[in-house]
Structure formats: C-alpha cells, structure tokens
Write a protein that binds this ligand. Sequence first.
Ligand code: IMP
Ligand code: MG
Length: 179
Amino acid sequence: MKQVKLKDKEFTVSISSEKIQNVIVEMAKKINNDYKDKETPLFISILNGSFMFTADLFKHIDFVCEVTFLKLTSYRGTSSTGSVRQLIGVNESIEGRDVIILEDIVDTGITIEQILGQLKSFDPASVRVASLLFKPEAYQKNMKIDYIGMEIPNDFIVGYGLDYDGLGRNLADIYTLSS
Ligand code: IMP
Ligand code: MG
C-alpha cells in the first residue's frame, strides 16, 4: 500500500488520481450544462489548496469564462465568532458576474461562509460553490454546496493541493492520516 511520511506523520493513499480525475470530469459536465447560456462566468479559486483542482477542472470547462485567484489572509482577529479572515485580491470585476467559487475541501464550513459573506458586498449576479471534497460529518453550516466532487469521512487528508503544515500538496493522489 502506498504510504508517505510528512514530518512526524504517516499517510496512506485513499483516493487515486484516476478517481479524482473522473470526479472532476463529471463535475465539469454539470457546470458546463448549468452555465452554457450565461455571459462570461467568473471562477474564483481559493488559494492555496485549490490550485490543482482549479487547473484540472478548468481544462474541462467548455464555455467562455474567466478565472481569478483569491487568498484569505492568515491574520486572525479575535471576536466572539472565532477567527475572522479577510479575502485578499478581490477587485470590482465581480459586480454583476455569475461567480463559481472553487474550493479544495469544505470541512466545518467556516471558511466558505466567510468567503460567501465577503463576496456579497461585491454584488455578484449569482454565486455557487464547487468543492472537490466535502466532509459531511464535520460540516456545521447550512449553506448549500452546489457541486461536490466526493464526500469523505472526517479524517485528515493530504495531497492534490491539500497540505499538512505546508507539505504534501504535490502528491497526485489523496492520502489519509494513518491511525
Ligand atoms: P473549514 O473552514 O473547516 O471548512 O476548512 C476549510 C479549509 O481547511 C480548507 O480550505 C483546507 O485548506 C483546510 N482543510 C480542511 N480539512 C482538511 C484536511 O483534511 N486536510 C488538509 N486541509 C484541510
Ligand atoms: Mg483551502
């Protein structure tokens, strides 16, 4: 069985790159169908984790579109709601656009909730979320995740853009922390 060691932790392969690619093709078909009559939709990829997913999905999108990349600051203010992070890299081209947010994974949902909240103030025509991975057992929110590649158990994973302490993003397969 394929294993990797990153710092102090061992990971075992759990989702093959072939499976990931098949899931992405299926998601792209749905998005292509839903957006075929829209005027130049805008994909917003949330860095860092979504870079591989974005590149692979984007190759299967067959309508005229744009892509841009946003990052959440690592700054964490203290408030009653916990960590508040600011989206950086946003500009006014979002106004009136049909936006599709690309995320690597939705876990608790806190991150995507913050992103959606902040994007609203830029007045997009519509916003949908496409996430390669979703952990239903960890999800604490009610927002609809419009496109989900795969639901996975509530275990820590790395690979295909996802990291453990910055490491493992380069792996083509997805690996789960060995118990
Ligand atoms: P949430 O705010 O709890 O939904 O977490 C979302 C972010 O946490 C993702 O965009 C990832 O960057 C990170 N994350 C969540 N689960 C994992 C995991 O299993 N491995 C690596 N990163 C994760
Ligand atoms: Mg992320």
